[in-house]
Design a protein around this ligand. Structure first.
Ligand SMILES: Cc1cc2nc3c(=O)[nH]c(=O)nc-3n(C[C@H](O)[C@H](O)[C@H](O)COP(=O)(O)O)c2cc1C
Length: 352
């Protein structure tokens, strides 16, 4: 990656966090993003929920909430890009400031609250890119003031069916009050049941799209077997482990202890990887797992794969290290796979 991008990333870091993000998206929309040759090496190929990915490093939800720049992010080298969270109606989100860089910890706290332009705008943007190569998923959410949140997810699925390569059902954001309650046993029965029903009517013999459930890293270990059983029972294809945490580990210090929102980045790595390993032990390969939380190096991406992930996603590390990181992680992964005698990512999954 050129000196130009490293310098640019440095300048952006001097802006307040949300302004830096908006500027980045604007630059990407203007076509000023990096253009890495697509990272597609046989060792890095992986499949998740039946999707064939050129490499296992994906962009996590929240960076491109409105599907403004999926192709620019694919050109930066990501193997797949998840847009959203999108809610049926537009939302302004929480009061600013709501995004904080904890630079000394390579961490972020956000309480954005699903600020997004709504399904109609998202749908139009995906329609515009229809037919282009590259895997783009849609992360679906519910409006804060919705009276039937389950219906919001069903609406998202119906509106974007055929436009998105996969769907993530996000019930794990800590910034929409009560949303995480959907992770409860009865609530999940209703949600997953209604989504399965909708999918049955939408799918054809030739066309189906995988459904992933994104969970919180704050789930207790005792919930893992139940969640796996429900996800499997309702025909979901995978789990994304995990969203941001409401924990404030001592390592980030007292200054951030009372800043509300979800914590991501390095302080989330260990906790999210432990939960991923628990899901892997329970799912035994029957449900595909995507590992998210604190991935900032090839070593960490590899650790997630060895803990059970067929692919990883990242967001926070991009804030601190810029898009060159994607290529570095992919190079480092190939080295590690070769050194350990694995022909590809799939062979390494869950070998820790
Ligand atoms: C600013 C910000 C906004 C986010 N917005 C969303 C979102 O809209 N939907 C979602 O599912 N996850 C969202 N996330 C969570 C990320 O997708 C990811 O699960 C989490 O940050 C852990 O990965 P990381 O440590 O690589 O950042 C957001 C994260 C950040 C930092």
């Amino acid at each position: 990656m050129s000196v130009f991008y490293r310098a640019g990333t440095g300048l952006l870091r001097r802006l307040p966090a949300e302004r830096a993000h908006m500027t980045t998206v604007r630059l990407l929309r203007a076509g000023l993003g990096p253009k890495s040759p697509s990272i597609d090496r046989p060792e890095l190929h992986t499949t998740v929920g039946g999707l064939q990915m050129p490499n296992p490093v994906g962009l996590a939800a929240g960076f491109d909430k409105n599907a403004d720049v999926p192709d620019a992010m694919l050109r930066a080298g990501f193997g797949f890009v998840e847009c959203g969270t999108v809610t049926p109606r537009p939302q302004i989100g929480n009061a600013k400031p709501r995004l904080f860089r904890l630079s000394e910890h390579d961490a972020v706290i956000n309480r954005m609250g699903f600020n997004n332009a709504g399904l109609a705008a998202f749908e139009r943007r995906l329609q515009k890119r229809a037919g282009r190569p590259g895997l783009v998923g849609a992360n679906l959410g519910a409006n804060k003031d919705s009276t039937d949140r389950v219906a919001d997810y069903v609406t998202g699925l119906e509106r974007l069916w055929g436009l998105s390569d996969y769907f993530t059902i996000n019930i794990s954001s800590p910034n929409t009050p009560g949303l995480r309650k959907l992770q409860g046993a009865d609530e999940m029965d209703e949600l997953l049941g209604r989504l399965q029903e909708a999918r049955e009517t939408l799918r054809t013999d030739d066309e189906d799209f995988p459904l992933f459930l994104k969970v919180a890293p704050d789930l207790t270990e005792s919930a893992v077997p139940r969640v796996v059983e429900q996800v499997r029972g309702f025909g979901f294809d995978g789990l994304i482990v995990a969203n941001t945490t409401i924990d404030r580990p001592e390592s980030i210090g007292a200054r951030w202890a009372d800043e509300a929102g979800g914590l991501s980045g390095q302080p989330l790595f260990e906790k999210s990887t432990r939960l991923l390993a628990q899901f892997h032990a329970e799912a035994r390969g029957e449900i595909d797992l995507i590992g998210v939380g604190g991935v900032g190096s090839a070593e960490q991406a590899y650790a997630k794969i060895r803990a059970g992930a067929r692919a990883v996603q990242l967001y926070s590390a991009l804030v601190f290290h810029g898009p060159a990181l994607v290529g570095e992680i992919c190079d480092g992964l190939v080295e590690r796979l070769r050194a350990d005698g694995f022909a590809n990512v799939g062979e390494a999954v869950g070998t820790a």
